[in-house]
Structure formats: C-alpha cells, structure tokens
Ligand binder design. Structure first.
Ligand SMILES: NC(=O)c1ccc[n+]([C@@H]2O[C@H](COP(=O)([O-])OP(=O)(O)OC[C@H]3O[C@@H](n4cnc5c(N)ncnc54)[C@H](O)[C@@H]3O)[C@@H](O)[C@H]2O)c1
Ligand SMILES: CC(=O)N[C@H]1[C@@H](OP(=O)(O)OP(=O)(O)OC[C@H]2O[C@@H](n3ccc(=O)[nH]c3=O)[C@H](O)[C@@H]2O)O[C@H](CO)[C@@H](O)[C@@H]1O
Length: 351
C-alpha cells in the first residue's frame, strides 16, 4: 500500500517546513506549494532554501510548485499532476499589526485562498483537511487554562478574524457534506527550531514576536529588546504565554494526519496545541541567556495595544484524541533557537 500523499500549502514557511520534515520522517509523500511571499527563494535550486535543507536533512524528495493558492488554475493543476490524499494548510498572511493596516489583502489571501483550495479538494474527491488555526480565535481569555470549549470569535484583529471565519466555514462545510473530515489545530505560541540548526524562524524585517526578537538581540542584530508592559497582574508583571516547541507542534500535525488517515469518523474537530505551561517575558529572556551564554539587553516600556496579561492552553483534548503531548520545555526551545540563530545570523539569506 503506497504511503498517503499530503499537499502542504505554505510549506516553505516556518511551521510548514518543520512539519514537512516530520511528515517525511513519518513516511508520508509530500507535495508543497508556496508563493514565496514570506519565504526565502534560495539560490539556483528549484526548491526554496528551507525545503532544500529539509531534503538534505531527511534525504527524502519534496515535490515543490511555486503556486498562489488564490489562483484557481494554479491550484487545480497540482491536483491534476498528483493523486492527493490529504491537505495540510499553512499558507496565510499572519502579521497582526499589518492585518489592521491592509485588512482586504488579509481577507483575500487567507479567506479566498482557503475557499479556492477547498473547492479544488472537493472537485478532486479529497476531503481530509488539517487547518492552521490559532489561539487568537479565543480573543481575550475568559478563563484559564483555555480549553476548546472556550468561546471563539472575539478576535481583536483582521488576521485573527480570518482564522475564526475560516473555522466557521469549515464547520458549515462539514455539516453540509459528511465526507469532510477536518482537524483545526489552534496553535498557542510556536517557537524554536529543528535540532540540526539548519531550519528555523526567519521573519521578514523587524520581528513582531518575542522569541525571534530575543534571538536577534542575542546574536547582535538588534541593540535591545523592548519588554511591552511590566505592570500586568502576573508573577513578574510581564506577559505570560504558552510557548510550544516547533517540533512538538510539527509532531502534532503528523498525529492529526494519522487520525484522518485511519478514521471512518468525519466532521469538524478542533484541538489546542500548547504545553499547558505559562512563561513570562522575563522568564524567557533569562532562559535564553542561560541557553546562549549571551546577555539579552532589554528595556521595560509601555504595554503593546491588544496584548492580554496571560494566555495558556489546556492541551488535554489533543492528548486524548490524537495521542499527542508536547515534550520539549523552555530551555530546549531556547537552546534550539540559539543554535539556528547563531549558525544563521541573517536567517536563510546568508549575506
Ligand atoms: N507562527 C505563529 O506563531 C503562528 C501562530 C498561530 C497560527 N499560525 C498559522 O500557521 C501558519 C503558518 O505560519 P508560519 O509562522 O509558518 O508563517 P510563514 O509566513 O513562515 O509561512 C506561511 C507561508 O505561506 C506562504 N503563503 C502565504 N500566502 C500564500 C498564498 N496565497 N499562496 C501560497 N503560499 C502562501 C508564505 O510564502 C509562507 O511561506 C499560518 O496559517 C499562520 O496563520 C502561526
Ligand atoms: C496581539 C498579537 O500580536 N497576537 C499574536 C501574537 O501572539 P502574542 O502576542 O502572544 O506573541 P508575541 O510573541 O508577539 O508576544 C508574546 C509576549 O511577548 C511580549 N513581547 C513581544 C514582542 C516584543 O518585542 N516584546 C515583548 O515584550 C508581548 O507583549 C507578549 O506578552 O503572535 C501569535 C503567534 O504569531 C499570534 O497567533 C497572535 O495572534
């Protein structure tokens, strides 16, 4: 029996590339599409740099197509070229602040793109779908830890709304047609890098997120970290989040594919991918200093608008339903981030 073939959209990105690596190691065939709007295209090789390195690490072949998922013909051509069994959908624009400035581009890219993809799937009798969702669908937590029963939809940005609206579309789709089996994975705060140090997070321009910012200060690319708010009602006054190692996250996707591959059960399933452990900004800074041996200079400044004090997951449902549990702690997240950053001070674009 040939191993299943997974179409991975956004496979050249941070989470996509790490998940492709774990899918290949788990024996899946992988077809990747990406329009490279937020991924380094690499040198002469046909493959984007991140995927070229994934091939090097795994010794396995990746089929790659430079495709924009909003382009119906481009998407259809991939389904004509390959027999696809399942789809893992990472492709999206994801900068919260940018989404407030250019909401229409976010709704087009993330919503129209997903709808074009879903239509092409249905036209080719492909109904198994893993979706990249986010804890942002919960808005400001009403209770902690956040379970999958927490209300969704109280999103504070157009980006967050694209995630929420897409989940609602997927629920309606599953209600309308019992052939659909959808797993929506709600990521908390993915950080870290593959142990090889060859692939990692490579944000365009100034990082929005905490961990890549810390790493760039530690490696000397940025003078200091601004700590947004030190007067939150938390252990040390700084924001508390549920950071999850990117490889734990990637392994969670493989478990979701395994579930879809083997189940007769169809419908919509949502699972939190987090550790259940909250970590403050200053705790992460100090853990990174221990892991890297580098000083991370920081300044306590005003809060960033839209930030909540504390958010962390109840991850028990994913453990029960997927047989998955995060195993890597904060120190490992920092060690692996530092290995990537110190070996690739300028990310994939080695200058
Ligand atoms: N990184 C996080 O902290 C986080 C948290 C929650 C959810 N997510 C979601 O996980 C997914 C992957 O996030 P990431 O951090 O890897 O981001 P990323 O930007 O590194 O990866 C996204 C990839 O999708 C591609 N892409 C974007 N629009 C496309 C389009 N129209 N057609 C084809 N390719 C397109 C980009 O070029 C990029 O390679 C996204 O859906 C994001 O919303 C990320
Ligand atoms: C409001 C917002 O943007 N939320 C997004 C953000 O979550 P979130 O805001 O949790 O993630 P960040 O990494 O941006 O911030 C984590 C914590 O670090 C603090 N911090 C961050 C950066 C910095 O330079 N200094 C600093 O102190 C923040 O105030 C927060 O307390 O990233 C997630 C992962 O991409 C997205 O799913 C969320 O939708």
């Amino acid at each position: 029996m040939a191993p299943p073939t997974v179409l991975v959209t956004g496979g050249a990105g941070y989470i996509g590339s790490h998940t492709v690596l774990e899918m290949l190691n788990a024996g899946y065939n992988v077809i990747c599409v990406d329009n490279l709007c937020n991924a380094y295209s690499g040198g002469a090789s046909k493959l984007p740099e991140a995927l070229s390195r994934v091939q090097e690490i795994t010794g396995k072949k990746i089929h790659f197509y430079r495709v924009d998922i909003t382009d119906r013909e481009q998407v259809r051509s991939v389904f004509q070229e390959h027999k696809i069994d399942m789809v893992a959908h990472f492709a999206a624009l994801k900068a919260v602040g940018e989404s407030c400035r250019i909401p229409l581009q976010y709704y087009h890219n993330n919503m129209t793109g997903t709808n074009v993809l879903l239509e092409a799937m249905a036209d080719n009798n492909v109904f198994k779908f893993v979706y990249s969702s986010s804890a942002t669908v919960y808005g400001e937590p009403k209770f902690l830890p956040v379970t999958e029963e927490h209300p969704t939809g109280n999103c504070t940005s157009p980006y967050g709304k694209t995630k929420y609206f897409t989940e609602e579309i997927l629920k309606d789709l599953c209600k309308s047609d019992k052939r659909w089996a959808v797993v929506s994975l709600r990521y908390f705060n993915p950080v870290g890098a593959h142990i090889s140090g060859r692939i990692g997070e490579d944000p365009n321009g100034e990082p929005n997120n905490l961990m890549p910012y810390i790493a760039q200060v530690a490696v000397g690319r940025r003078p200091k970290l601004s700590v947004y708010g030190s007067d939150f009602p938390t252990k040390d006054g700084t924001g508390v989040r549920d950071y999850i190692h990117i490889v734990d996250l990637a392994e969670g996707h493989v478990k979701a594919l395994d579930k879809l591959r083997n189940i007769a059960e169809t419908g919509f399933f949502a699972y939190n991918l987090g550790t259940g452990v909250g970590c403050s900004v200053l705790e992460l800074v100090h853990a990174f200093e221990r892991a890297s041996g580098q000083k991370v200079t920081y300044e306590l400044v005003d809060r960033r608008s839209g930030d909540v004090a504390t958010c962390y997951a109840d991850a028990k449902l994913a453990e029960q339903a997927l047989g998955w549990k995060a195993t890597r702690g904060i120190d490992k997240m920092c060690e692996d981030t530092w290995r990537w950053q110190s070996q690739n001070p300028n990310g994939y674009a080695q200058k």
